[in-house]
Design a protein around this ligand. Structure first.
Ligand SMILES: Nc1ncnc2c1ncn2[C@@H]1O[C@H](COP(=O)(O)OP(=O)(O)OP(=O)(O)O)[C@@H](O)[C@H]1O
Ligand SMILES: [Mg+2]
Length: 228
C-alpha cells in the first residue's frame, strides 16, 4: 500500500508505476481507494498492447454486485497494489493498514510536506506492535532535486526516523508523460530516456521483493505441507 495523509506527495504515481512494473511479470491488481479515481483514470488510458492490470475502484460501493465479487481479482493476484486516499487518519487509516503487508510512504522535499509526514508517521507508528506486526514500512523521497537545501532538510528528517529510507526518485517529466499515456516509466521508450529513473527504482524494488519472495516461500511451504 502506498499511503501518506499528505496530498500530492506521489502516492498515485508510485502505485501506478509499481503496477506497471509488476504487470509485465505477474498477475497484478491495482486497488484505487482514492475517491478522485486517479488510478482508474490512468488505467482507462492504458493502451491495449500493454500487459493487463486489473483495476478495482475500491472507493466506489459496488452497485448490483457484492463487495467480494468486486474484489474477486485479488484472489488470483500475485501482487496487489493499493493507492490510498489523501487525508487518511484514525480508524480509517488503521483499517487500510490492516489490509497491507507492506507500506510505502512517499514524501516530498518541502517543509510543509516534511511536517505533515512527521505527524502521519507518528500516527502510523502509534498503531502499535499489534497492528504493524509482520508489516514492513519504508519511506521514499519523491520529486527530489539533489543538492538543494530542502532536500538536505528532508535527508536529515529521514535519517532521524527509525524507518528504512529505500529510494529517492527525481523530479522529471517522465512521470508526467507516463501518467498521461497510461503507462509506467518502465514502459517508456526508448529506455535510455528513463535509464536514471529505472536505476532509482532499483533499491525500492529490491526492498519490496526481499519481502515478497520470503512471504511467497512461506505460503508455498504451507501449501506443500497441507498436500502431504
Ligand atoms: N517524481 C515526479 N516527478 C515529476 N512529477 C511528479 C513526480 N511524482 C509525482 N509527480 C506529479 O505530482 C502530482 C501529484 O502526484 P500524485 O498524484 O502521484 O500524488 P498523490 O499523493 O497521489 O496525490 P493525492 O493525495 O491528491 O492523491 C502529479 O501531477 C504527478 O504527475
Ligand atoms: Mg492520488
Amino acid at each position: 500500500m502506498v499511503v501518506n495523509s499528505k496530498g500530492g506527495c506521489g502516492k498515485t504515481t508510485l502505485a501506478a508505476n509499481l503496477a506497471s512494473y509488476y504487470s509485465g511479470r505477474v498477475n497484478t491488481v491495482l486497488m484505487d481507494y482514492d475517491p478522485q479515481g486517479s488510478c482508474m483514470k490512468w488505467l482507462s488510458l492504458r493502451p491495449e498492447e500493454y500487459p493487463v492490470i486489473h483495476g478495482i475502484a475500491a472507493y466506489q460501493k459496488p452497485s448490483g454486485v457484492t463487495r467480494s465479487w468486486q474484489l474477486r481479482a485479488v484472489a488470483h493476484a500475485e501482487r496487489v497494489i493499493i493507492d490510498a486516499p489523501p487525508g487518511l487518519t484514525g480508524p480509517a487509516l488503521y483499517e487500510h493498514v490492516r489490509q497491507a503487508d507492506t507500506i510505502l510512504i512517499p514524501v516530498l522535499p518541502s517543509p510543509i510536506d516534511i511536517h505533515a509526514t512527521e505527524h502521519f508517521i507518528q500516527e502510523l507508528l502509534l498503531a502499535g506492535k499489534t497492528r504493524l506486526h509482520n508489516k514492513r514500512v519504508a519511506v521514499v523521497a519523491n520529486r527530489v532535486r539533489e543538492n538543494t537545501q530542502v532536500f538536505h532538510k528532508l535527508e536529515r528528517f529521514l535519517a532521524s526516523l527509525k524507518l528504512p529510507f529505500i529510494a529517492k526518485l527525481r523530479d522529471t517529466q517522465n512521470y508526467i508523460r507516463a501518467a498521461q499515456e497510461g503507462i509506467g516509466i518502465f514502459e517508456i521508450t526508448p529506455p535510455s530516456v528513463v535509464q536514471r529513473d529505472r536505476q532509482q527504482w532499483g533499491s525500492l524494488l529490491a526492498w519490496l521483493e526481499q519481502d515478497a519472495t520470503a512471504k511467497e516461500k512461506v505460503i508455498r511451504a504451507k501449501r506443500n505441507q497441507s498436500r502431504v
